[in-house]
Design a protein around this ligand. Structure first.
Ligand code: SF4
Length: 357
């Protein structure tokens, strides 16, 4: 939802549903989990997925007016700026399956949705394959949930959804570009967050980037980093001409197994951070370094071959960040943000890794 909510707002708006009748569950919090999710947990070691029980409970039990539908799509692929340049743009399989998994906690003794008169709708949808989306949503439950809905109306609403999503992302990229230009003009550093979109949820990301912003450092998110051709040519032109990559969005040089949309974006963000001097620091958020969230591999080995100190961190993205550090040593100007007195690498207990780029 943190990366696609604008699509859903646009889609349901086009279907005639008043925005005021679209209810999103609140930010994740311990209180939400205690009050609404307690006793409804299902077996999953993933923290972000576990939290969904509290969100469902809030929607079912925590509303002043009862809801008619709880809509929780199983999203298979997500639109990404890297689409077409990577192997796939799949979502995390645990997140994808969560609507079925978490539902278990609400139907284990009795069907809570039915009891509350709520229809539970969970279509399987490939948001990065737009031609499939209308059919998937129509046949995946919206035909029954919205009486009288036709396939043509569904198709038009899907177009509106994509338009809303595009316009939202373009607006944020434009804003990020303004921030970067300000940094260049004022010779000020900024921070780049390498994370999954759900880390924007204050209960999952712990508002770490907000705390850093309070010290006066502008914070950019990888998913909304500007993708203007002039900027990408400046950052990646050398690699393109050397034949290392086929496009500025190509990450096969650091991550050939580019199936997961968010993992790909995180690695691309690391490459960007290594090349844009005003990105003086990356903030890497990870909930518990699950397999999906732990791009391993060639980085460590190559880093070792190059005689670098891998500092026990075997991420390809770490290599990219270190590469940025080397570029700086090679003479490129870079704004510096002194995070640690005794080195360039800090890890905190909350899953936060800060590295100077
Ligand atoms: S990427 Fe890992 S931590 Fe994130 S939702 Fe998926 S399984 Fe959970």
């Amino acid at each position: 939802m943190w990366s696609t909510h604008q699509f859903w707002c646009g889609l349901f708006g086009a279907l005639g549903i008043d925005r005021r009748n679209l209810v999103f569950s609140g930010d994740t919090s311990e209180e939400q989990g205690r009050q609404f999710g307690k006793g409804r947990g299902t077996v999953d070691c993933c923290y972000p997925v576990k939290c969904i029980a509290g969100h469902y409970g809030e929607l079912v039990f925590g509303q002043r007016e009862k809801l008619d539908i709880v809509f929780s799509p199983m999203i298979y692929t997500v639109p990404s700026m890297l689409s077409g340049h990577v192997a796939r743009t799949l979502t995390c399989p645990r997140v994808m399956a969560a609507p079925e998994n978490i539902k278990g906690g609400f139907i284990k003794e009795r069907d809570v949705f039915a009891e509350q008169g709520i229809r539970y709708v969970t279509p399987f949808v490939s948001l990065d394959e737009p031609k499939l989306v209308a059919k998937q949503l129509f046949e995946g439950g919206l035909r029954e949930a919205i009486p009288g809905l036709t396939h043509a109306e569904m198709a038009r609403a899907v177009e509106e959804g994509f338009r809303a999503l595009r316009s939202f992302a373009e607006g944020l990229r434009k804003k990020s570009r303004e921030v970067l230009e300000w940094c260049a003009r004022e010779e000020r550093p900024c921070l780049l967050v390498l994370a999954r979109p759900y880390h924007m949820d204050p209960g999952i990301g712990h508002e770490i980037e907000g705390d850093l912003q309070a010290y006066g450092y502008p914070v950019l998110w990888t998913q909304y980093f500007p993708t203007d051709p002039d900027l990408l040519e400046w950052a990646f032109g050398e690699d393109l001409r050397a034949g290392i990559i086929k496009s500025p969005f190509d990450i096969h040089d650091v991550w050939p197994s580019s199936y997961s949309a968010n993992t790909n974006e995180i690695l691309w963000g690391a490459k960007v951070a290594a090349r844009i001097p005003w990105v003086a620091c990356v903030v890497r958020l990870s909930s518990y370094e699950c397999g999906m969230d732990q791009p391993p591999g060639p980085g460590l080995h190559q880093a070792r071959r190059l005689g670098e100190d891998p500092r026990g961190d075997d991420h390809a993205l770490s290599r990219e960040v270190r590469r940025g550090h080397h570029r700086e040593e090679e003479g490129r100007d870079a704004a510096r943000l002194p995070i640690a007195d005794d080195g360039n690498y800090v890890t905190t207990g909350s899953g936060l890794t800060i590295q100077q780029a």
